[in-house]
Design a protein around this ligand. Structure first.
Ligand SMILES: [Fe+2]
Length: 292
């Protein structure tokens, strides 16, 4: 397969690498596209969003329309071929999750950090999913931002791959092993709610596209205990903690959203405005953004 993500194909990798570095956004401003109505993008708006996704696997749109309709996340996705949704057990029946601080009555969500105002470490979404249910695409639409905080850092997972491979191709080999990272089983009062899930960090799909499965969590995660895997994980941690031109910091304000191929991201803690608490709609897809 002709993919730059093949360790045995150095020539293709080098060509891809040069282009990737050349075309990388130089600042977060380069990733933000002003649009009118996210549900009905014009051809030029669509082209601008897609172009950023081709370069960096992500784009941030900023629209003047402040709709609170939950369907907005689905309508944005649909315009980019995102159809097949991962309906996790906390998503609504329509597959779209409302990311907000859960109230005291909502015990199921309270156990999960996304539904608190606490910071969330670097990860890709659905890292605990089975290989058959890889989250490849995501839409995160902001209805209300927090009074303070709630900022995201973003890094193209292909750029993380590039920096790891440049440092040591064996890091890629180690992180592509099917037993590189294991999420232990999760139990609830009825027994096992989710079986242990082992898998690679990096995998390449049938179309030669790269997928990344990662969490910087240190609890509820077991890395393969060999020297090269641990060295690769340490390198990646340093990469994400460093002041890098390839890490973009952005705060989604009302009407803004992130459309991406499940890139690496984190979230800072935040303080809510009681009158209008932070609210984001999130849709996760098994599809990648079409044409990216
Ligand atoms: Fe996330």
């Amino acid at each position: 397969m002709n993919t730059p993500f093949d360790l045995n194909n150095e020539a293709i990798y080098q060509r891809w690498r040069e282009q990737k570095l050349d075309r990388a956004p130089i600042s977060v401003a380069d990733l933000i596209i002003e649009i009118d109505d996210p549900c009905h993008l014009s051809d030029s708006e669509h082209a601008a969003l897609l172009e950023r996704c081709q370069r960096a696997n992500m784009v941030i749109y900023a629209s003047g329309k402040h709709s609170a309709s939950k369907d907005i996340a689905r309508q944005i996705g649909r315009q980019f071929g995102l159809e097949s949704m991962d309906c996790n057990f906390l998503a609504g029946e329509d597959g779209i999750s409302e990311i907000k601080v859960s109230t005291a009555g909502d015990q199921s969500r309270q156990a999960y950090i996304p539904y608190t105002n606490r910071p969330i470490k670097w990860h890709t979404d659905g890292y605990y999913n089975t290989p058959a249910r890889r989250v490849r695409g995501m839409v995160l639409h902001c209805v209300h931002s927090a009074a303070d905080g709630g900022e995201n850092h973003l890094m193209d997972h292909e750029m993380a791959y590039l920096l790891l491979r440049d440092s040591n191709p064996d890091f890629i080999r180690a992180l592509s092993a099917p037993d590189a990272m294991t999420i232990p089983e999760r139990t609830d009062e009825d027994g096992v709610a989710r079986a242990a899930q082992s898998g690679p960090v990096f995998s390449v799909d049938e179309n030669g596209k790269l997928h990344m499965r990662y969490t910087a969590r240190t609890r509820s995660i077991a890395w393969k205990q060999d020297q090269i895997t641990l060295a690769a994980v340490a390198f990646l941690e340093q990469l994400l903690a460093a002041d890098s031109p390839y890490i973009y910091a952005a705060r989604l304000e009302s009407g803004m959203g992130l459309l991406c191929n499940n890139v690496l991201h984190d979230r800072s803690g935040f303080t809510d405005n009681a009158a209008a608490p932070r609210l984001l709609y999130r849709a996760r897809y098994f599809d990648r953004i079409a044409g990216s």
